[in-house]
Design a protein around this ligand. Structure first.
Ligand code: GLC
Length: 748
């Protein structure tokens, strides 16, 4: 079951472009071929500069001068189409080289209509919807002159202390790869020449999400087999999907900073994966080779990055300052420089910038349209994960009186989440707005209760409890403000911040059903408070239309379909935690676990089970990867294999019956996992290989069938060879990474 096919046109397109660059005609001036450019102009194409100018008056004079001297090839963060067009006008009519600029920006989960954060989007397991969300982002951003986004972020993350997990698609290589392809296709459309298409960037290459301790920018040690089996597959999927650019990461990988990692970039990305697009550094990451202690000065940093394959330097100017000397000294050849410039010009040609350098978009017609907001609401709805629902607390009866309590119930800014550079909080529809719309003021009793998600000031608790006592049910909306996740915002303690746990306990003392909705950039450690909750919904940061999505779900006007894209820990100390872990020689299980409070006094040192667990919290997560409840109930039965033995090139079909045994419709995400029982390199106890979403009416059954091929069982062994090894395998069709129906087969 091959994941993705290489993009058939890309190599043809590049060859076509390089042959015809001199022929490309555009209004302002003849196109330049690489050979026509001076060394200075070539070097200029490698420079990406930053400005946040929103008006012509704000454009810095030194930036204009740099453009006139053709010392800039692309610009990030321009703040308006007017500024973009003015800078482009200078480039096309006043500069020496007359090469169009590309304007780039972080459009991570929406430009002005904000979708759920990528981690939330992954929880939908709905690639079509994620692709549609990226398309909306491209239409809105391109209307503002942006033609290059630094997204999707596809770093695998197994540790939600890491703030940037919110930007990722979670812990699994397969699910991340599916969402990567969807995002690339959404941003880039059918052709980059389409003025509503924007070049996508697969980032951060590579291993950034493995930051030790979950602390952003920290060191990463990833053995090569693991790198190939877990962290690289989404980048392979991005390349095969035709991603236009790739951004290198801040972290050092096994002692070499990723932005100068010759092996990862030249051997793997360019060599093995065949990536022919542009490679851009992350902000100052080339200069930071000096701070890593890898380059002795900026000149060496420039040389290291150039030799490792870097094409464009974002913001820092080590190449701009040193390339002439490096060329004069023969450390870099003009042919190496030409190859980089050709890729950059190829990208500009693909975007049609030689023919149409100016943005003609009409933001008023493209931004925050009813269709875009509707899509944002649907994607938010499908991102919501129902994690607990005791005594059928949810869905709420239509006529109940609701106490809506909590610091994020009316959080127009925070529900948008991290990396929302162009969003405006006044666009948001909050949970309070949506509840007012749905139930009216006479059945709704609201209290923010805490000034912010971090507040420890309990002065308003009495008022909140007063509101709670007027209602039939309490809906608490808390979690993390947007700024508590994202870049540089890792947390060493991932519990609910501030006095939220205390507030939840106080609310539960009222004896009323308590529904908790968490908005956060990561799964939170709820071990100390989850028993107070009758129902729990994870809303991530749901975006502009998060309020209506949440209220529709709570009131049963929509079914919960979300499934976790990450393993949910009980406590922070369990991390890193992920489902696709090897067995260890002493795999933990219920049978050999004694919780430390149950140790007898003076228990003998070797008396309490020598297994791979913690004596305080055990060995299970709060909720497993792939987990999520519905308002109905689903039964998996009758797993069947078409064969119980296949060759390495063979295939078999595995199917199971899935029945909606409840009284409400359900959308079930049936997940296909495998396990290679014995291999020359220990393999995970489960690996996701595919999934299917199926909608079932009440009492309806459907048989779901997967095709499993030998190549789907391949992995990188100790010698980093991609192999399928004969032996015994387990296969599951499952609702999550801990349950499901198992069948066994062998590979001969
Ligand atoms: C940031 C981020 C990167 C982003 C870039 C440009 O530091 O690491 O993801 O695209 O700078 O804003």
């Amino acid at each position: 079951m091959s994941l993705f096919r290489p993009h058939p046109l890309r190599s043809t397109l590049s060859a076509l472009f390089l042959g015809t660059i001199a022929g490309a005609a555009f209004a302002q001036a003849p196109a330049m071929s690489v050979g026509d450019l001076t060394i200075k102009h070539k070097i200029g194409q490698l420079q990406q500069s930053n400005t946040d100018a929103k008006t012509l008056a704000e454009i810095p004079e030194d930036l204009k001068a740099a453009i006139r001297a053709s010392r800039v090839g692309s610009i990030l963060n321009v703040g308006s189409p007017e500024v973009a067009n003015e800078l482009q006008r200078i480039a096309m009519t006043e500069s020496e080289a007359r090469i169009p600029l590309i304007f780039a920006r972080d459009v991570i989960h929406g430009y002005r209509t904000i979708m759920p954060t990528p981690l939330g989007q992954a929880a939908s397991w709905n690639a079509e919807l994620v692709q549609a969300g990226a398309r909306v982002a491209a239409v809105e951003a391109s209307s503002m002159g942006i033609r290059w986004t630094f997204a999707p972020m596809i770093d695998i993350s197994r540790d939600s202390r890491w703030g940037r997990i919110t930007e990722s698609f979670g812990e699994d290589p397969y699910l991340t790869s599916v969402m990567t392809v969807a995002s690339v296709r959404g941003y880039q459309g059918d052709s980059l020449k389409d003025p509503t298409s924007i070049a996508a960037t697969a980032k951060h290459f590579v291993g950034y999400g493995a930051a030790e301790g979950g602390r952003d920018y920290n060191v990463t040690y990833i053995p090569e087999p693991l790198l190939h089996n877990v962290y690289l597959p989404p980048f392979k999927a991005a390349v095969d999907a035709g991603v236009a650019t790739i951004m290198t990461a801040f972290n050092e990988l096994n002692g070499v900073p990723a932005s100068a990692h010759d092996y990862a970039i030249n051997t793997v990305l360019r060599g093995e994966f065949g990536f022919k697009g542009v490679i851009v550094s992350d902000w100052d990451s080339v200069l930071e080779l000096v701070y890593h202690g890898y380059a002795e000065d900026k000149k060496q940093a420039a040389l290291q990055a150039l030799k490792a394959g870097m094409d464009i330097e974002m913001v820092s100017t080590t190449m701009q300052e040193n390339l002439t000397a490096l060329l004069d000294g023969g450390q870099v050849t003009e042919a190496e420089l030409n190859a980089k410039v050709a890729r950059i010009l190829d990208l500009k040609h693909q975007l049609g910038l030689f023919e149409q350098p100016y943005t003609k978009g009409d933001p008023a017609k493209s931004i925050l349209t009813p269709e875009h907001k509707k899509l944002s609401e649907e994607l938010a709805l499908e991102s919501l994960v129902l994690l607990k629902n005791e005594k059928r607390t949810l869905p709420l009866a239509k006529n109940v009186k609701v106490a809506l309590i909590g610091p994020l119930a009316h959080a127009a800014h925070d529900q948008l989440g991290s990396w929302v550079l162009d969003a405006k909080k006044q666009d948001s529809v909050t949970v309070l707005d949506a509840f007012r719309q749905a139930v009216g003021e006479d059945k709704l009793f609201y209290s923010q209760a805490l000034y912010s998600s971090r507040s420890r000031d309990t002065k308003d608790f009495a008022q909140a409890l007063e509101q709670a006592n007027k209602a039939d049910v309490i809906v608490f909306v808390g979690g993390e403000e947007a700024v508590l996740s994202g870049e540089a915002h890792s947390r060493a303690d991932t519990r609910l911040p501030g006095a939220q746990e205390q507030l939840i306990r106080e609310l539960k003392k009222t004896g009323k059903p308590l529904v908790v909705v968490v908005m956060a950039g990561r799964p939170l450690a709820l071990n100390d408070v989850i028993d107070e909750m009758d129902a729990l919904v994870m809303a991530w940061h749901p975006g502009t239309m998060g309020g209506p999505a949440i209220v529709r779900l709570l009131r049963g006007d929509a079914e919960p379909v979300g499934r976790l894209p990450v393993t949910w820990p009980k406590v922070t100390g369990q991390m890193p935690i992920y489902y696709n872990h090897p067995s260890s020689g002493r795999p933990a299980s219920e049978g050999n676990f004694t919780q430390m409070d149950d140790f007898p006094l003076e228990a003998f040192q070797h008396s309490t089970g020598h297994k791979n667990h913690y004596i305080d919290i055990g060995f299970k997560p709060q909720f497993p990867f792939g987990y999520g409840l519905s308002y109905s109930s689903v039964q998996y039965s009758d797993i069947k294999l078409s064969k119980t033995a296949i060759g390495v090139d063979g295939e078999l079909k595995v199917s199971a019956k899935i029945t909606n045994t409840g009284s409400r419709p359900v959308t079930e995400t049936a997940q296909l996992y495998i396990r290679d029982l014995v291999a020359s390199s220990v393999r995970p106890v489960r690996e996701l290989k595919s999934y299917q979403r199926l909608t079932l009416k009440p009492r309806e059954s459907k048989r779901v069938t997967f095709t499993l091929r030998g190549e789907d069982l391949a992995y990188y062994n100790q010698k980093v060879e991609y192999v399928v090894e004969p032996g015994e395998f387990h296969v599951w069709i499952a609702p999550n990474a801990e349950e499901g129906l198992r069948a066994d087969f062998i590979v001969r």
